[in-house]
Ligand binder design. Structure first.
Ligand code: KIV
Ligand code: ZN
Length: 517
C-alpha cells in the first residue's frame, strides 16, 4: 500500500510501526474445545469434522480438537479428527496428570496442551496445592509429556491473576522441563491491554520457548488483549470462530486476524476471504446467530444506510469504511440498505441495478415512501422497494419471473417433512419435491429447486406480528446468488410455511430482476 495512503488511514501513528511488520503470528483455534464449552453448544461428530476441515482450509495453524480424557465420546472425536490427516497440527487438552496426557497420545494428537491453575484463588480452591507443589507438578508433567510428544504447550491457568513472581517461576520451570510453547490464559477476562503487553514482555524475558495467549471476553476485551499480547511479543494467539467459548467467550478469529493483517501488517496464514463463510458455518452448527453489528463478519459490517454515508461510499468506499479492510478481503459484500435514513442516491442506484429508472419526481416519492414505511419500524427489503417503485412508476404490470402456482406440504411426528411446488418460471411450468428438516426447510429447498443457477438461502427470520396462535408470521429471508450477491425479501401470512414460501418467491423474483439468473 502507498505510504501516504496508509498514513491517512492510521493518522495517529503515521508511518511509525506499532510492531515489527515482518513478524508472523500463528493461529491456534480452540472452537472445538473452549468454543464447545459455550453454554448450550454441543457439536456432533460430523459437525466437528466439518469445522476441522474448514479451519484447515482457511489456514489455521493449530486446532485444539478437544479434551480426550473428559469422556470416551470426546476421546473418539479427537481420535477421528486426528485420523482425517488434515494439514494443521491437532492439539489435545490435558490436566497435569499423566493419565490425561496418555489419553491425548492414544488419540494421536500432534501437540499436548497441559494446564494447571497457578493463581492463589484457583490453586487453593480447586486443586488445593501450594505454589511449591504446583512447581513440582509442572516440572514432572512437562518432562513426562515431552518424553511422549514433541510439541507441548503449558498453560498456567488464570495467569493474569497469578502473582507475577510465581508466574515467572512456573513458566521458567515449564520452559526448562521442555515446554515448546507457553500459553498465558486470561481465564476470567480481567486483563486490560495496558496490563497484557507488559505481562507478555515480562514472561518473554524469562523463557526461551514461544509464547501464546488465550483471552476470555468477560469485559469485552478479549480481542484487544490478544492484540496487546502480540504487541508484547506473543508468537501465537488463541481464537475461536465468532468468539464462542466459556461465559462471554474468547477472542474472535475474524477480528483478531483482520486487526493483525490490516492495521499491524502482521502476516498470518489465514485466507481472510473465507472468514465470513466460516463464521456462518459455525453459527449454524452452534445455533448462535451472528449479530448484524458484529465486526468484520456481521451482516451490517459493510452496509450503509444513511444518505451521507451511502453517497460517500458510492463515490469512494474508503470514505465510510476502513479502506485497509474491504468487504472482499473478508468474503463479504458492500450493501446499501433501505431505512429511514436512506438517501436518494442509494435508492436510485439500487433501482438502476434492477433496471428500474424512475423520473426524478418519481424517485422523490419512492424515497419518501421508503422512509415512511421504515419510520413505522418495518424493515424494507429489496423486494419491497421494487414493489413500491413499480406502483409509482407503473412498471408493476410486468410479468413476474416466478409465479407460485401450488405448494403442498406433508409433515408429522413420524413423517419426513416433504414439500412439492409447482410454479411458472419464465413462462415454463416447473415442479420440484424435496424433503427437509421441517416443513419450512422442505419448502425452501423445493423452491430453490425450481430456480436455475446456484441460489442459496443465507438467512431466515420469522417474527410473530400479533400475540395468539393465529398470529401473522412475518418472514424475512436473504438469498445469495452464485456471484455472492445477497438479496432480501419478506412476506406475511398466518400460515408460517406459506409466508416462508412467498418470501422465497419474492426473493427469487428480486434475483431475476437484477439479472442474476
Ligand atoms: O481459560 C482458560 O484458562 C483455559 C485453559 C484450559 C487454558 O481455557
Ligand atoms: Zn478458556
Amino acid at each position: 500500500m502507498e505510504k501516504s495512503l496508509r498514513k491517512w488511514q492510521i493518522a495517529f501513528f503515521g508511518d511509525k510501526s506499532i510492531v515489527d511488520s515482518e513478524k508472523a503470528v500463528t493461529i491456534f483455534d480452540t472452537t472445538l474445545r473452549d468454543g464447545e464449552q459455550t453454554p448450550g453448544v454441543s457439536f456432533t461428530l460430523e459437525q466437528k469434522i466439518k469445522i476441522a476441515h474448514q479451519l484447515s482450509d482457511i489456514g489455521v495453524d493449530v486446532i485444539e480438537a478437544g479434551f480426550p480424557a473428559s469422556s470416551d465420546v470426546e476421546f473418539e472425536t479427537v481420535k477421528k479428527i486426528c485420523e482425517e490427516g488434515i494439514r494443521p497440527k491437532i492439539c489435545g487438552l490435558a490436566r497435569s496428570v499423566k493419565s490425561d496426557v496418555d489419553r491425548c497420545i492414544e488419540a494421536g494428537v500432534d501437540m499436548v496442551h497441559v494446564f494447571i491453575p497457578t493463581s492463589e484463588i484457583q490453586r487453593t480452591h480447586t486443586i488445593k496445592k501450594s505454589h511449591a507443589e504446583v512447581l513440582e507438578i509442572t516440572r514432572e508433567i512437562i518432562s513426562y509429556t515431552r518424553s511422549k510428544c514433541s510439541l507441548v504447550m503449558f498453560s498456567p491457568m488464570d495467569a493474569t491473576r497469578t502473582d507475577p513472581k510465581e508466574l515467572i517461576e512456573v513458566c521458567r520451570v515449564a520452559d526448562e522441563a521442555g515446554a515448546t510453547i507457553i500459553n498465558l490464559p486470561d481465564t476470567v477476562g480481567i486483563c486490560t491491554p495496558s496490563m497484557m503487553k507488559p505481562l507478555v514482555e515480562m514472561v518473554r524475558k524469562n523463557v526461551k520457548c514461544r509464547i501464546d495467549v488465550h483471552c476470555h471476553n468477560d469485559f469485552g476485551l478479549a480481542v484487544a488483549n490478544t492484540i496487546a499480547a502480540v504487541e508484547g511479543g506473543a508468537d501465537q494467539v488463541q481464537v475461536t470462530i465468532n468468539g464462542i467459548g466459556e461465559r462471554a467467550g474468547n477472542a474472535d478469529i475474524a477480528q483478531t486476524v483482520m486487526i493483525m493483517e490490516s492495521i499491524y501488517k502482521i502476516k498470518t496464514n489465514i485466507i481472510t476471504e473465507r472468514l465470513v463463510e466460516t463464521s456462518r458455518l459455525v453459527s449454524r452448527f452452534a445455533q448462535i446467530p451472528v449479530l448484524p453489528i458484529q465486526p468484520v463478519v456481521g451482516e451490517n459490517a459493510f452496509s450503509h444506510e444513511s444518505g451521507i454515508h451511502s453517497h460517500g461510499v458510492m463515490a469512494n468506499p474508503g470514505t465510510f469504511e476502513p479502506g485497509i479492510m474491504t468487504p472482499e478481503m473478508v468474503g463479504h459484500r458492500r450493501r446499501l440498505k433501505l431505512g429511514k435514513h436512506v438517501g436518494k442516491h442509494a435508492v436510485k442506484q439500487m433501482l438502476m441495478d434492477a433496471n428500474i429508472n424512475p423520473k426524478d419526481s418519481e424517485l422523490d416519492i419512492i424515497v419518501a415512501k421508503v422512509k415512511e414505511v421504515s419510520g413505522r419500524g418495518k424493515k424494507v427489503t429489496e423486494s419491497d422497494l421494487y414493489e413500491i417503485a413499480d406502483s409509482i412508476t407503473g412498471t408493476g404490470s410486468q410479468e413476474k419471473a416466478v409465479v407460485l402456482d401450488d405448494i403442498s406440504i406433508f409433515t408429522g411426528n413420524h413423517a419426513i417433512p416433504t414439500a412439492s411446488v409447482r410454479a411458472i418460471v419464465n413462462g415454463r411450468n416447473l415442479i420440484c419435491s424435496k424433503t427437509g428438516d421441517g416443513p419450512v426447510d422442505a419448502a425452501m429447498k423445493a423452491l430453490l429447486g425450481i430456480a436455475p443457477g446456484n441460489v442459496l438461502l443465507k438467512s431466515y427470520q420469522v417474527e410473530a406480528i400479533s400475540g395468539g396462535s393465529d398470529a401473522l408470521g412475518c418472514v424475512t429471508i436473504e438469498v445469495e446468488d452464485d456471484r455472492g450477491r445477497i438479496f432480501d425479501a419478506s412476506a406475511s401470512n398466518s400460515d408460517i410455511v406459506i409466508a416462508s414460501a412467498e418470501a422465497m418467491v419474492n426473493a427469487l423474483n428480486v434475483v431475476y430482476r437484477t439479472g442474476s439468473l
